[in-house]
Ligand binder design. Sequence first.
Ligand SMILES: [Zn+2]
Length: 59
Amino acid sequence: MISKTDTKECPMCGERMRRKDMELVDLVPGTSEAKRRKVSEWVCPECDYFEEIEQEGRK
Ligand SMILES: [Zn+2]
């Protein structure tokens, strides 16, 4: 599990990674529906490593 800190060390270079939050829109094929989901990832400013943060999603 991921703790609720807002920094994390990069496993590649040890640099502090930044958390990036964004919203993705998925279009549902065959309909005009679009589903939005929030995605967070850690991004390393040094080596461009990134890691998706798993979120407890509502199903
Ligand atoms: Zn790095």
